[in-house]
Design a protein around this ligand. Sequence first.
Ligand code: PXP
Length: 249
Amino acid sequence: MIPRLGVNIDHVATIRNARGGTYPDPVKAAQIAVKAGADGITAHLREDRRHITDRDIERLGSEIDVPLNLEMAATDEMLDIALKAKPHAACIVPEKREERTTEGGLDAAGQHNHLAHFVRALKENGTRVSLFIEPAQHQLEAALSLGAPVVELHTGAYADACNAGEQERAMRILDDLRKAADFGTRKGLEVHAGHGLTFESVSPIAAIPEVIELNIGHFLISEAIFCGLHETITHMRDLIVLARTGVPQ
Ligand code: PXP
């Protein structure tokens, strides 16, 4: 099975918000992504609204026809928005105001009691819940006991090691990701992966047989500056298919 590709369009909104106007439009980017083969669209409504806005989430809900995956912090404000928007999926992520991006996984084990209410409320509202966690067995066990059907494994540390040319470190983290994907799947979780992936680093992750979905954003939007969004996403899809099947497109 080929992993689904969720395209994260946050950074189209980052560029728009740099000038405070209406372009580039993240919804238009989502529509192009769908035409280029995205199976879903992912957007992170951050507490400080630095990129995606409430209006973007409303428009994504009504103007795209593939599943929307809302990334959200476990706060009452975000829960209210998610319960009203009823996205296909919600991925609960840790969020720190001062961070540039989602720096680490959610501490599902340490925050078990806090998270339980969010997982339950979203599930009861018909949204598929995932928890964005580090590839560690105790975090997977916490996700299981919280009743989350999906985990997304944080690939940021692996991607950083690849970018820095630190092959050994990258391979060690890749091994953790493989073990986590295997353990989670055997326990009945659906396993996704994402963060920081590029053309260079995606293949070993896409090749992990248990990975059902990849969520990729910043690199795709960055590369699109040079090659266009359609071509960039098509190439990423081709790499994912090749990694999983061994057959070039
Ligand atoms: N998955 C999750 C849960 C994320 O928070 C992000 C970043 O918003 C991504 C995937 C995509 O990461 P990147 O933009 O680095 O590809």
